[in-house]
Design a protein around this ligand. Structure first.
Ligand code: FES
Ligand SMILES: [Fe+2]
Length: 447
């Protein structure tokens, strides 16, 4: 155990190893200050994290500001045409070097004393350098960089651990899912505008574990969206849903596909649009998967989530809006999370689809979205209960027992495609248990 975790905080993490076998998670995991501080180092300091779309930095000199854990980083395209991920803290005295959310520049000049860095992070100069810094070794004073950066399907991922697993190793079987969702057209995704951002009073794991596996809440929490007729009746949705444990804490939930009933291809597009996709990255199992499951959520451990959704058909044209949303759950404090949300379409889709896809995405999952508001309201509970005196005095634990031996209907779903550890129909929280197993593994590893 590390020096950060002591006393009750350490015991909560230790206890998780046994309690997970019984489907129980100590509430402190969602709100303890020490545990949160440790997560920033052990989880966010070692995981592969999503930072944005490559098209956001498509030109040499383009940059955007993003977060890795609580650290702000500059994601830039350097003069060398590579994507760089740079800690936004001046090496001289730590002042924030870049204060614009996005832009294009050849250099970043610190406003304090004027140290200047190239768009690849290298140290390029300082005022009066011949008199001030006659012996400074410029190769040692560039901005601190993420050692590992990968671009897949037009998405940028980075990892702060030079000795950790490669992206392939870390993603494992999740690669197959990501390829099916994000690489259905090999050109990847196009974001409909800048990411929306908003702060919620939740622990970051509430969003992650929900997107990674929570079929069970949909019928209750989001039932009103069915009742008012905005979406098809999914109040009995658990029976048609499935859960896919992709290993290493990554998880997927998927709902029965209703695209064929709307005269659409399995991915929810008209035949003409679907024919224009470059599907060369898909294999036979991808097609089988999407023939049976279209609506889905996915969480790439720890905090990168994907949602794929169809909206209601346009009453005049019959067009069915189809969007993919990618987002991160950025830790701000034990009880605060900043959501970063990109509404996307595939690059292959015609631009006349954009307005309907964006409107549907925002209507459902934007900061004021019908589904989003439901989730935000209830996710406050997990972090709040974690600081409750009564909860602590009574050793309160959260219940993740769906799908345990003898507990639930459904069970394994070995008939479904996909290279996964386990597939579960209907009532299961196997994915969430896997999420917390991975979380604990990383929390107790030496770093
Ligand atoms: S803090 Fe940046 S130049 Fe001094
Ligand atoms: Fe939800």
């Amino acid at each position: 155990m590390t020096e950060i975790l002591t006393g009750a905080s350490a015991r909560s993490v230790d206890r998780l190893a046994q309690s997970l076998d019984r489907g129980l998670v100590p509430v402190a995991v969602f709100g303890d200050e020490q545990i949160y501080r440790e997560e920033l180092r052990k989880i966010f300091g070692h995981a592969w994290l999503f930072l944005g779309l490559e098209e956001e930095v498509s030109e040499v000199g383009d940059y955007v500001l993003r977060r890795m854990g609580e650290d702000e980083v500059i994601v830039s395209r350097g003069d060398d045409n590579n994507v760089h991920v740079l800690l936004n803290k001046c090496r001289h005295r730590g002042a924030v070097v870049c204060r614009e959310d996005s832009g294009n520049t050849s250099n970043f000049m610190c406003p304090y004393h004027g140290w200047t860095y190239g768009n690849d992070g290298s140290w390029t100069g300082a005022p009066k350098r011949p008199r001030a810094y006659r012996q400074l070794d410029r190769t040692s004073w560039g901005l601190i960089k993420a050692p590992k950066v990968e671009v897949r399907w037009g998405l940028i991922f980075a990892c702060l651990d030079p000795d950790g697993p490669s992206f392939e190793e870390y993603a494992g079987d999740a690669l197959w899912y990501l390829r099916g969702f994000l690489g259905a057209d090999s050109r990847g995704l196009h974001a409909l505008g800048d990411p929306n951002r908003w702060i919620t009073r939740t622990n970051w794991k509430s969003g992650s574990e929900n997107f990674g596996g929570d079929n069970y809440h949909v019928a209750t929490l989001h039932g009103s969206v069915s009742e008012i007729g905005v979406l098809p009746d999914f109040r009995d949705a658990n029976e048609g849903n499935a859960q896919f444990d992709a290993g290493n804490g990554h998880g997927c939930t998927a709902s029965a596909n209703y695209a064929p009933s709307l005269g659409l291809t399995p991915f929810g597009f008209s035949q003409e649009v679907w024919d224009s996709f470059d599907k060369s990255d898909l294999d036979d199992d991808h097609f089988k998967f999407h023939e049976t499951h279209l609506l889905l959520t996915f969480n790439f451990f720890p905090n990168f989530s994907v949602l794929r959704f169809l909206g209601a058909p346009d009453p005049d044209t019959g067009h069915v809006p189809n969007f993919l949303m990618v987002r991160t759950w950025q830790p701000v404090s034990p009880s605060q999370t900043e959501v970063w949300n990109w509404m996307c379409v595939y690059k292959a889709e015609p631009s006349e689809h954009y307005a309907a896809a964006y409107a549907t995405g925002m209507q459902m999952m934007g900061p004021a979205g019908l589904l989003e508001q439901d989730d935000m309201a209830v996710w406050e509970g997990a972090a709040a209960a974690a600081t409750s005196v009564m909860a602590d005095m009574n050793g309160m634990e959260y219940n993740y027992q769906l799908g345990l031996e003898g507990m639930s209907a459904g069970g394994p779903a070995d008939d479904l495609p996909g290279p996964v550890l386990g597939r579960h129909k209907s009532y299961s929280e196997e994915n969430q248990r896997s999420f917390f197993k991975q979380w604990r593994k990383m929390m107790v590893e030496e770093a």
